[in-house]
Design a protein around this ligand. Structure first.
Ligand SMILES: Nc1ncnc2c1ncn2[C@@H]1O[C@H](COP(=O)(O)OP(=O)(O)O)[C@@H](O)[C@H]1O
Ligand SMILES: [Mg+2]
Length: 266
C-alpha cells in the first residue's frame, strides 16, 4: 500500500463560509472510497482541493512525486469540436492526439484573442506539453474503443464532434478518457448519473481491477457498496472515515458511541 496523497490539517472557506476545518487523512493505493454527505457538504470542494485546483487556506495537501490524478468534474467541460474518439485519446495521453492538440492550440493563438482567452490557450499549451513529456513513461493507455464500448457509447457516435452530444453523453466521454489514461488516483464526481445498469456494472469491474486509488461521489448507495472499501462521511466541516463499505457504514451507525469507537475522526 503506497501512500499517494495526504491532507494535513486542511481548512477551506468559500467567501467566509467554512467548508472544512482542520481535516487530515491519507489516500493509499488500493483505497476505494466513497464520499457521502448532503448537498453543499463540500464533496466537490474536497475533490478540487485534492486535485490541486484549489489551495487550502491552512494546512496542506501533499501528493507523491509525479502523481497522476484523473479528475471527473461534476460539470465537465469538453472541447465541442473534437470527436468522441479524439477526446478520449487526448484525455488518455495518446501522443498523436496530444501533438494534434498542440497544433490546434498554435492555430488558435494566431487568431485575434482577448487577454483572458490568450492566457487560457497558453496555459493549455503548457499543460499539454507537460503531458506529452509525462506520457513517455511506460504506462500503456487502455484502448479508448474498449472503454467507450464498456460504457455503452453507441459506435455511431464515436466520430461525432462532442458538441453534438447531450450533457450526460459528454460526461461519459470525459469519463472514458480518464479511465483510458489510467491515473494513480481517480476522483469521480457523480460518474454514474448517466450510465445504464450494464455500463455501471462494467465500470464497477474496471474500478475493482485498477491498481491506484479511486474516490467516488455518487447518490447510488448500491453503487457505493460495490465500489468502495472505505467511506468518507462529510458533515459540519468534519470528515469521519469508516473502514468498510456502505453496508458496514449502515450497520456500524446505530449507536453514536459505538460508531465513534470504530471510525477514525479526521
Ligand atoms: N465557487 C464557490 N464560491 C462560493 N461558494 C461555493 C463555491 N463552490 C461551493 N461553494 C459552497 O461551498 C459549500 C460546499 O459546496 P460543494 O463542495 O459544491 O458541496 P457538495 O459537492 O457536497 O454538494 C456549499 O455551501 C457551496 O454553496
Ligand atoms: Mg458536488
Amino acid at each position: 500500500m503506497t501512500l499517494l496523497l495526504q491532507a494535513n490539517g486542511i481548512s477551506y472557506a468559500h467567501g467566509g463560509h467554512h467548508v472544512f476545518e482542520n481535516v487530515s487523512f491519507e489516500i493509499k493505493s488500493g483505497d476505494r472510497f466513497a464520499l457521502l454527505g448532503p448537498n453543499g457538504a463540500g464533496k466537490s470542494t474536497l475533490f478540487r482541493l485534492l486535485s490541486g485546483e484549489l489551495t487550502p487556506q491552512s494546512g496542506a495537501v501533499t501528493q507523491r512525486r509525479g502523481l497522476r490524478i484523473g479528475y471527473l468534474h461534476q460539470e465537465t467541460a469538453v472541447d465541442p469540436e473534437m470527436t468522441v474518439l479524439e477526446t478520449v485519446a487526448l484525455a488518455a495521453g495518446d501522443p498523436d492526439a496530444l501533438d494534434l492538440h498542440l497544433t490546434r492550440l498554435e492555430l488558435r493563438m494566431a487568431e485575434p484573442l482577448d487577454d483572458d482567452q490568450l492566457t487560457a490557450v497558453m496555459d493549455e499549451y503548457t499543460a499539454t506539453l507537460g503531458r506529452l513529456e509525462e506520457v513517455r513513461d511506460d504506462r500503456i493507455p487502455l484502448p479508448g474503443a474498449d472503454i467507450l464500448a464498456g460504457l455503452r457509447v453507441p459506435e455511431a457516435d464515436w466520430g461525432k464532434p462532442v458538441g453534438q452530444l447531450s450533457g450526460g453523453e459528454k460526461k461519459i466521454v470525459a469519463l472514458a478518457g480518464l479511465l483510458a489514461g489510467q491515473p494513480d488516483v481517480l476522483l469521480l464526481d457523480e460518474p454514474d448519473n448517466h450510465l445504464d445498469l450494464e455500463a455501471k456494472a462494467w465500470l464497477e469491474r474496471l474500478l475493482a481491477r485498477s491498481d491506484g486509488a479511486v474516490a467516488t461521489i455518487t447518490h447510488d448507495r448500491y453503487f457505493v457498496d460495490r465500489i468502495s472499501n472505505r467511506i468518507f462521511e462529510l458533515a459540519h466541516g468534519k470528515i469521519t472515515v469508516y473502514h468498510g463499505n456502505y453496508s458496514y457504514y449502515r450497520t456500524g451507525t446505530p449507536e453514536p458511541a459505538r460508531t465513534r469507537g470504530r471510525a477514525t475522526r479526521a
